[in-house]
Unconditional design. Structure first.
Length: 194
């Protein structure tokens, strides 16, 4: 074989390598692009992975991108695919719950947050969003309990205390409402000072 043919063959192999990139490589590339906020490139990389090879995380990222673009129905589809791939992938349940909450479907959101909490009972934001869903339904006692659980697992989040103050006000407990409002204000001051 001549040197020219060897160089041409090597060049053809080099050029065709990206076309045969493994799904693992595409998966890692998509995650890195997403982390670097290169959303369009990440979305395209995720779509280039064959559907049957996509991981629960791939479907989740597709859902996140679509939700950020305001395409909630498509995001719900992607989160559902993620859950079908891995029923115990709590992030997909959580984000699906968020879609339902944003779409004013609090009962469906509650079901998803409860699934999250079966998998990760210490996930404070699932407790918090569960409380927000209960507020939408006017179930202030249940909301209070969810917010108290959120505070138990993460006591540095001002919004948790703000909503606790709100539900205590709704439950006609002004002293408790005032106490949680003071904690909320103190946490906000600490954030500004930092």
């Amino acid at each position: 074989m001549s040197m020219r043919k060897i160089i041409l063959l090597a060049l053809l192999i080099f050029i065709s390598i990206p076309a045969f990139a493994s799904d693992d490589t595409l998966n890692e590339q998509a995650k890195l692009l997403y982390a670097d906020n290169n959303i369009t490139e990440s979305f395209n990389a995720l779509l280039s992975i064959p559907e049957e090879e996509r991981t629960a995380e791939n479907w989740l990222l597709l859902g996140n991108i679509l939700q950020d673009k305001g395409r909630n129905d498509d995001a719900v589809f992607m989160y559902t695919k993620s859950i079908l791939k891995d029923e115990k992938f709590y992030k997909a349940h959580y984000n699906l719950g968020n879609c339902y909450l944003n779409d004013d479907k609090p009962n469906m959101a509650i079901e998803e947050y409860k699934k999250v909490l079966k998998i990760r009972p210490e996930y404070a934001y699932a407790h918090y969003n569960l409380g927000c869903a209960y507020i939408k339904l006017g179930k202030y006692r249940k909301a209070k309990n969810a917010f108290l659980d959120a505070v138990y697992f993460k006591n540095t989040e001002p919004d948790f205390y703000y909503n606790l103050a709100y539900v205590y006000k709704k439950l006609n407990k002004p002293k408790d409402a005032q106490a949680y409002t003071e904690i909320y204000n103190k946490l906000l001051e600490n954030q500004i000072d930092q």
